[in-house]
Ligand binder design. Structure first.
Ligand SMILES: [Ca+2]
Ligand SMILES: [Ca+2]
Ligand SMILES: [Ca+2]
Ligand SMILES: [Ca+2]
Length: 177
């Protein structure tokens, strides 16, 4: 639904009456509502509700490198991470193998080495919890980042080593903004 660019006008002669301009606007497909927020796609700037406008998604300009995403899907590559969060993490929204996660944890001599695939120049922090509900972090690593990344997505391996002596350890990685 768009506003009309000029006012409605009327031309009248003896034989004809002509109207110009849009008299009404209406939604052709009110049932099409990708994110079910009650606003039909035709009237919505952000059909899938992932906070990226349709035009931004089509142009792909939110991402570096430029990567168009799906205007009708919040999670364009079905990897469980919505486009907007892939933007925050700097991962590829069209590659289901690319999203922020702990890739491996190695244990050697009481040391825990947390490894993850990150993106150069993004700041990360590893948080440590005693339970899987992630209610309270008992320890946070220093901010960690790398300037060396490879390929268009500047992929880099990061790691953090700790030997914190508690029975149960659950780790999580945050992007520090
Ligand atoms: Ca969107
Ligand atoms: Ca999307
Ligand atoms: Ca995704
Ligand atoms: Ca992805």
């Amino acid at each position: 639904m768009v506003g009309q660019p000029v006012a409605v006008s009327m031309l009248k002669s003896d034989a004809n009456v002509s109207f110009s301009g849009f008299m009404y606007t209406f939604v052709m497909f009110p049932a099409r509502d990708a994110d079910n927020d009650g606003v039909p796609d035709e009237s919505s700037k952000d059909n899938d509700g992932d906070t990226l406008d349709d035009l931004t998604e089509i142009q792909g300009i939110a991402f570096n490198p430029v990567t168009p995403t799906d205007t009708q899907l919040a999670d364009s590559d079905w990897d469980g991470v919505v486009d907007q969060l892939e933007l925050v993490a700097g991962t590829d929204p069209r590659d289901p193998t690319s999203y922020l996660k702990i890739n491996e944890i190695n244990i050697t001599n009481q040391n825990f080495v947390i490894n993850w695939k990150g993106r150069a120049n993004i700041d990360y922090q590893v948080l440590l919890y005693t339970n899987l509900l992630y209610t309270n972090d008992i320890f946070a690593s220093p901010t960690l980042s790398s300037t060396n990344g490879t390929g268009d997505w500047e992929i880099t391996w990061l790691s953090w080593t700790n030997n914190i002596d508690i029975d149960a350890k659950y780790y999580r990685i945050n992007v520090v903004q």
